[in-house]
Design a binder for this molecule. Structure first.
Ligand SMILES: N[C@@H](CCC(=O)N[C@@H](CS)C(=O)NCC(=O)O)C(=O)O
Length: 202
């Protein structure tokens, strides 16, 4: 019997991983950590020295970083069919890493008012916020899911950025983003995950 521990706070990126865990159907134990308190405890820093959530520990193996956790869970629970076949992962890796790198950096920098000087855009991984929005828009306008015709773990991660990005005004409200978000928020696992986190938050 394997052991899966989930460290989170209901008001955090841990929501992405709760959703992913619910998609896998796996049994897991939730540990709610509090900001500036248990998140910085010696015990938790031994799991994630960043003192940030989420993290998972699966049979003694630690995984941090939401995109990595999504990819890992898809691999260790293959029965949930959340990762494409290995030789069909070009889009899967591409968009997972696009979201963890350029999309995350562009949206957070913009939200906090960091402005890349125009003459430095070439040196910044995401270039410009608009360019990132246009690229994601192009992809979601041509494909029902981020990797193609099927829902995968990459949709949990990219979709989380889009769903919560629209909600918190961190991504633009474009038609392709809204259509994509509408498709995802009706998934039973998404609904269950949100209920669990709302209960935990209360
Ligand atoms: N790159 C990390 C980001 C994790 C992160 O920044 N988590 C925030 C909550 S959304 C956190 O734990 N902040 C607590 C702190 O820094 O003290 C990931 O993708 O998992």
């Amino acid at each position: 019997m394997s052991q899966l521990d989930f460290y989170t706070n209901p008001q955090s990126r841990g929501r992405m991983i709760r959703w992913m865990l619910e998609e896998t159907g796996a049994d897991y134990e939730t540990h709610i950590l509090t900001y500036n308190d248990t998140m910085k405890s010696e015990d938790y820093l031994a799991i994630n020295p960043m003192g940030k959530v989420p993290a998972i520990v699966h049979d003694g193996r630690v995984v941090t970083e939401c995109a990595a956790i999504c990819a890992y869970l898809a691999d260790v629970f293959p029965e949930a069919a959340l990762a494409p076949a290995v030789d069909d992962r070009a889009s899967y890796y591409r968009w997972l890493f696009f979201a963890a790198g350029p999309l995350e950096a562009a949206t957070v920098n913009r939200a906090f008012g960091f402005v890349v000087p125009a003459d430095r855009e070439r040196a910044v991984g995401y270039g410009t916020f608009e360019h990132v929005m246009d690229t994601l828009d192009m992809r979601l306008s041509e494909s029902p899911y981020i990797t193609g015709d099927h829902f995968t773990a990459a949709d949990v991660y990219v979709g989380s950025h889009v769903i919560w990005g629209i909600k918190f005004n961190m991504v633009e409200t474009r038609a392709s983003f809204q259509d994509y978000a509408e498709k995802l928020v009706v998934r039973p696992a998404f609904i269950r995950a949100n209920q669990l986190d709302e209960e935990a938050a209360a």
